[in-house]
Design a protein around this ligand. Structure first.
Ligand SMILES: [Zn+2]
Length: 565
């Protein structure tokens, strides 16, 4: 069915509550395992409908934010969802406490119950006040960042409007843009510090109230960690420092040499990868979609069917237009068993990522939309980013279709940025572990800690104070996840590591790598990511072997390119 023919209707709060209550009662009263299983299947049909209607509404609102009807509907859903929380929790409790739990676990997967139990560990009415204050403070941070008005040359810019200048090929101009931005952060540093200080204390209090002796354990539960703990992350960190940091450092050294820059690099110089600009996709939006079709047609029968269905049913809205919301995402439409991709093409490398990265997420949805309950369609963040980040690497043999003459540059840049990202991301995570371990650190002590970690994870960075804020070891304050989503960041690093495992396989055997990708992806969210990787014959990103192998393979590849001379 075409996207525009999908029928939207509002579902009343009373109907949603009544439905949850009906199924909760039926589950509690079930006399046999068969009856209990049947109730869970029936409830899933209703909850898919609710989810699909809300998603249709949010997508249509984002496509045209001036549409009055969907504007009102978005407000409705935002109010409605908190109102059904209590009944939704009772439904989950009925599943957890069912005398047929064992049979339910066999039918629907243990993961549903594991995750529900972790979720229960994150809440108690005694922390409601802290949760409300936390939401207020993160909103304040987001607003402060969004409100930035930075004078530069003859204009005044927001942070995102300033980005092109921070990437300018002219050294002087780029440097000045970095200084202008750094000055803005410095001017707001006192407030940025106090917001974070309050957040740290609030989170520490919540962790203590729930009996976890501080925030870290609660933070892990809130991220629904179901297969790794703090000690595993410590080992992952050690692997990153041992194998990946030296490789990343070499990439930066060569960059400095290639571009005639001083080493260690300043933030401003670090930004310029090639003197003659970043790789750009060739052709129009239609050309990119056509290249995407060729890629998916040739990759496998499943991807071909998937991508053609996306195009035929007009499930990709990728052109920027007046009134359309910014950004990009993909979302499942469970009832129609199809995902939707939303994007704003702007002529950069990001346009290709819509067709590779976002479509990687969408393909996983497409392959798993039959799973019941629908919470098992997709794994957690660290598992879901594996689908998308790896799909980017599967597109390598077709890169010429997207990038034409810029292909070599693109391949180099894509791989290098994955390798450079992991040390940074790991540092963001490490920093937070230290912060929540010592919640009484002063702002100056936090900055000093970030500076110390930069020396370990990013030894190629020059911190001589030349560029305000950035050059003074304060750059953690621009990483919104540190404020808004504690401990979220390591997920990207774990997924990126698995995607590099795929990259290395693809270099040797595209077909064999694809078989493993399918073996992983078709499991949806039916188990922990660790178990699903094992079942697919892949190694856990926590394993030392993995980090060693991908680091060695990647540097060897980069050294063989013309950019490493
Ligand atoms: Zn993603």
């Amino acid at each position: 069915m075409k996207f525009n023919d999908m029928k939207y209707e509002r579902i009343s709060i009373e109907d949603m509550q009544a439905s949850l209550q009906k199924y909760t009662k039926a589950l509690c009263e079930a006399k046999t395992a068969e009856e209990a299983i049947k109730v869970v299947y029936e409830e899933d049909i209703d909850s898919r409908h609710v989810d699909t209607m809300a998603t249709l509404c949010f997508i249509r609102h984002d496509i045209d934010t001036n549409d009055k009807f969907y504007d009102e509907e978005v407000n409705y859903w935002n109010e409605a969802f908190p109102m059904i929380q209590e009944d939704a929790q009772k439904w989950i409790d009925a599943m957890l406490e069912s005398p047929f739990r064992k049979e339910l676990e066999e039918e629907f997967g243990e993961i549903v119950f594991t995750n529900a139990e972790i979720e229960k560990k994150t809440f108690d009415p005694s922390i409601i006040e802290e949760l409300q204050n936390e939401a207020k403070l993160t909103t304040e941070y987001d607003k402060l960042i969004a409100s930035a008005q930075i004078p530069f040359e003859d204009g005044v810019y927001t942070l995102s409007q300033l980005t092109p200048f921070k990437n300018d090929a002219d050294d002087e101009r780029r440097y000045k843009a970095w200084v202008a931005e750094g000055n803005w952060y410095k001017e707001n540093k006192e407030r940025l510090d106090s917001i974070y200080d309050e957040l740290t204390h609030l989170r520490d209090t919540m962790g203590n109230k729930l009996g976890y002796g501080g925030y870290t354990k609660l933070g892990y539960y809130r991220m629904q960690r179901n297969w790794f703990d703090k000690e595993d992350v410590e080992k992952f960190r050690a692997n990153v420092v041992k194998y990946l940091v030296p490789v990343a450092n070499e990439i930066r050294k060569v960059q400095a040499k290639r571009n005639g820059m001083e080493f260690p690099l300043s933030y401003s110089d670090m930004q310029l990868e090639f003197r003659d600009g970043n790789p750009k996709p060739q052709g129009t939006a239609d050309d990119i979609l056509a290249a995407g079709r060729k890629f998916y047609d040739e990759l496998s029968p499943e991807t071909s069917k998937f991508f053609r269905a996306m195009l035929d049913n007009e499930l990709m809205d990728v052109l920027s237009k007046k009134g359309k919301a910014g950004g990009g995402f993909q979302a499942p439409l469970y009832e129609y068993k199809m995902p939707f991709i939303f994007a704003n093409f702007n002529g950069t490398q990001g346009d290709v990522e819509v067709v590779t990265h976002e479509a990687g997420h969408a393909f996983e949805d497409y392959m798993n939309e039959d799973r019941v309950p629908c919470s098992t369609v997709c794994p957690g963040m660290e598992g879901a980013e594996i689908h998308s980040m790896s799909m980017e690497f599967f597109a390598w043999p077709w890169a010429k279709e997207f990038f034409g003459d810029d292909t070599e540059k693109y391949l180099f840049s894509h791989l290098a940025s994955a390798l450079l990202f992991i040390p940074y991301g790991t540092m963001v995570d490490h920093f937070q572990h230290i912060v929540y371990e010592k919640p009484n650190m002063t702002p100056a002590e936090r900055d000093a800690e970030w500076k110390r970690l930069t020396g370990i994870y990013m030894p190629w960075v020059r911190l001589d104070g030349d560029i305000p804020f950035y050059g003074e070891g304060m750059a953690w304050q621009r990483q919104s996840h540190i404020y808004d989503n504690p401990f979220y960041y390591i997920d990207y690093c774990l997924a990126q590591t698995v995607s590099l495992e795929f990259w290395a396989m693809i270099q040797k055997d595209l077909h064999g790598a694809w078989e493993k990708y399918m073996a992983y992806t078709t499991q949806g969210g039916s188990d922990t990511v660790y178990n699903m990787l094992k079942k697919a014959g892949l190694k856990s990103p926590m394993e030392e072997e993995v980090m060693k192998e991908v680091s060695e393979a990647a540097i060897k590849y980069l050294q063989g390119t013309k950019f490493f001379k």
